[in-house]
Design a binder for this molecule. Structure first.
Ligand code: FAD
Length: 445
């Protein structure tokens, strides 16, 4: 290896992927600068303070036992988990009548839903997670949208009703936006439907006590002045001797660059020489989620035997969950507005958004008082996220973009949860991509 090749690196993006990469490179003695567009670190993790010592997650929140790299990062940063609260009955507004019942299985035709999950399991089992474009029948599966697949395969009205709600909850997707190959890959990459969807023993079992944003904040604290905020990167130019990373405020020079950005944003950066294959296509869509946090003096639904969990056919809140901080102080009901509903809701005025969400929460949980706080994060229109939970790979994307997803472009390396075939779209995937890129740079021949 050429020693000078790895003596300096500019990391673009101070989310979990970028900061993991920067920490790993710095630990190996590489001179690192992290350029972050926002005035904060964390990217798609973001904490909001809702009371003295009470924080809630406006972005990523949940994790499970298989998220081993996140758990070990948390241990290193002295962060603890807190269980997601799921005691009590669930509320369902999925038809003519609202229903309250134990468990999370919706009051819909169990056979129709069982058949649907079996079909999805078959697709998920067949996908090649490490190289989805090599999946048998990949071309057809990559051409077909999940909406078209549902039209062809789901005949029962209950399955047709539930499918988009399931996709909204799992991956913040409108079925028209993702290919079937992407759907199958996403479910497989995240550990399969049961793991991804489960609270106890699954991917939603725990939260990070005090908020997921702390992981990035603590990593950034360690990196100190190496992290520069308010530095949106516009261009990356390479020559024989290194890279020049251009922001509105000046140029940064280094041996290598790591772009730890969601694909739509990595694609917006000007590259010289040009990328042989773009990072996103015209069919790559923004994940559609608006997250609403309703704050009450306490989690009153618990006194009424309710978990705070609800699933609803009508928006804006297609699902709700009890996200009250572990230490008490306030009760927080989080509402997810996903899929095409997120676009409709995002277009309303702030007053209309509040009225619709507060009104729906009060219909679902009539015991609720007026909220003492209302926080809304429109991730679809966040300029430095372009959607969440992750980018949605549309028809043709895996075949077109997949083979070069992690391939370095000269001195430019790629990180970010969307470059991880393990736990794609999750915090775990972001951290794993950070580790991968460090190994890639340090092992460069
Ligand atoms: C509402 C919501 C709920 C979620 N729920 C979960 C969950 O429960 N569990 C889970 O594991 N994951 C969840 N996720 C997904 C998780 O947040 C992401 O997978 C992960 O945080 C992505 O990290 P990243 O570093 O790859 O990207 P990001 O966090 O997006 O980091 C990219 C960084 O690059 C910066 N940037 C962008 N453009 C530029 C530029 N041109 N120049 C410089 N900087 C730039 C951005 O500001 C950002 O800080 C959720 C996300 C959201 C938003």
């Amino acid at each position: 290896m050429n020693a000078s090749y790895r003596t300096s690196a500019v990391v673009v993006g101070a989310g979990l992927a970028g900061l993991t990469a920067a920490a790993g490179l710095a630990a190996a003695g590489v001179e690192v600068t992290v350029l972050e567009a926002r005035d904060r670190v964390g990217g798609r993790t973001h904490g909001l303070k809702v009371g003295p010592n009470a924080w809630i997650d406006a972005g990523a929140a949940y994790l499970g036992e298989r998220h081993t790299e996140l758990l070990s990062l948390m241990a290193e940063l002295d962060l603890k988990t807190t269980p997601t609260t799921m005691h009590g009955a669930s509320r369902f507004a999925l038809g003519a009548a609202d229903t309250t019942r134990d468990g999370r299985f919706p009051p819909l035709n169990a056979v129709a839903l069982g058949d649907m999950f079996e079909l999805l399991d078959e697709l998920t089992a067949a996908v090649r997670p490490e190289a989805p474009w090599l999946t048998p029948d990949a071309e057809r599966l990559d051409r077909l949208t999940a909406a078209e697949w549902a039209e062809q395969h789901l005949t029962h009205p209950d399955a047709r009703l539930f499918f988009p709600l399931f996709l909204g909850e799992m991956m913040a997707a409108d079925p028209a936006d993702v290919s079937v190959l992407h759907l199958a890959f996403y479910l497989r990459s995240g550990g399969g439907i049961r793991y991804l969807n489960a609270f106890e023993g699954g991917a939603q079992q725990d939260r990070i006590a005090g908020g997921a944003h702390q992981a990035c904040e603590r990593l950034a604290d360690r990196l100190g002045e190496r992290v520069r905020l308010n530095q949106p990167v516009l261009a990356v130019h390479q020559d024989d001797d290194g890279v020049t990373v251009r922001t509105a405020h000046g140029d940064y020079r280094a041996d290598v660059a790591v772009l730890a950005l969601p694909p739509l944003l990595a694609d917006a950066v000007e590259h010289r020489p040009e990328l042989p294959v773009r990072r996103a296509s015209g069919r790559t869509a923004r994940g559609c989620a608006v997250k609403v946090n309703l704050v009450y003096p306490e989690p009153v639904w618990r006194e009424h035997g309710l978990s705070g969990w609800s699933v609803n056919a009508e928006g804006p809140l297609l699902s709700t969950v009890d996200d009250s901080p572990a230490g008490g102080g306030v009760g927080v009901l989080t509402g997810f507005v996903t899929g095409s509903e997120a676009h409709r809701y995002a277009a309303l005025t702030p007053e209309q958004q509040r009225e619709a969400a507060v009104g729906q929460a009060a219909r679902l949980f009539p015991m609720l008082p007026e909220p003492i706080g209302f926080r809304l994060t429109d991730w679809v229109n966040e300029p430095y996220s372009h959607g969440c939970y992750a980018a949605l790979f549309g028809p043709g994307d895996w075949l077109r973009l997949g083979p070069t997803l992690t391939a370095p472009h000269g001195r430019v390396h790629w990180a970010g949860t969307e470059t991880s075939t393990e736990y794609f779209g999750l915090m775990e995937g972001a951290i794993r991509s950070g580790h991968r890129v460090v190994a890639e740079i340090l092992n460069q021949a």
